[in-house]
Write a new protein. Sequence first.
Length: 320
Amino acid sequence: MTRVPSRIGIGLAAAGRPAYITPSRATDLGGGRDVEQLRSLTHDLLEAAYAGGVRYVDVARSYGRAEEFLAGWLRSCPEIEDVVVGSKWGYRYVGGWEMEADTHEVKDHSLSAFSEQYQLSRELLGDRLSIYHIHSLTPDSPALGDRALLRALSTLRASGCRVGFSTSGPRQGEVIRRALELEVDGRTLFTSVQATWNVLEPSAGPALAEAAGNGVTVIVKEALANGRLSPAETDLAPAAMAARALAGTHGVSVDQVAIAAVLAQPWAWRVLSGAVTKQQLTANLAAGALQLNPLEVGRLTALAQSPEEYWAQRSDRAWR
């Protein structure tokens, strides 16, 4: 595999559990999705990603057994020392490895949840855990005002682990700005943010640019809009249709255009691939060679959905 710019990372949200909201999982994963099959799949993906130049891996407590799978791969490759690992706390996986579970994950941004989940993450990942994010911070999250929790996070930061947050929902920009104003003992708390940005929903862009300008590490998730900008779907949203047309002009696939649009943002430190097959990963990594000019990206984002419409459609996506 051709080595690609290290600005592309890999996220294991779709590989670490049997059900997720991305499309074509029956084709990608087949009928067998037991723990050992997904463990093997994850290890193969990580090996291929590393060979392709990927040096950032994103996991979370709620991604099924993704932390466990990653930890096992790292142990099997002790010579690999340059992989940066980020994980997230604040959701628990409760799906019981069942495809038809009524609930797959539960949100809890309390101090007790942080204390419990950090210990579990640390037991698995040890010193490889470099960044620890609050998972899906929203305007109503108690984490924004829980001084005891913020002090505990400050203690974690003082230990050498970077502390940050991820965002979801139509008010990402507001949350990013509010969270980055938080201080503990006169020191800004958060130095990393993971947010959704894609050509269907680019509204967080100005806040992310401000964050990066202040030295905050910016990681972009859901560049393919949970599969809406992948070859597996034919989305009728204007920006999605325009992205497919632009892909045809460049002779590439639509996922490559979607990722290249993020890579064109100078504030993006990493953009995550959510691939679950080597074919998807290869296509995603090839986006590193595609350079879109500002006019092309601007034409796509000008057709974006409103944040409210985008996030309502995301909430309606079925777990598969």
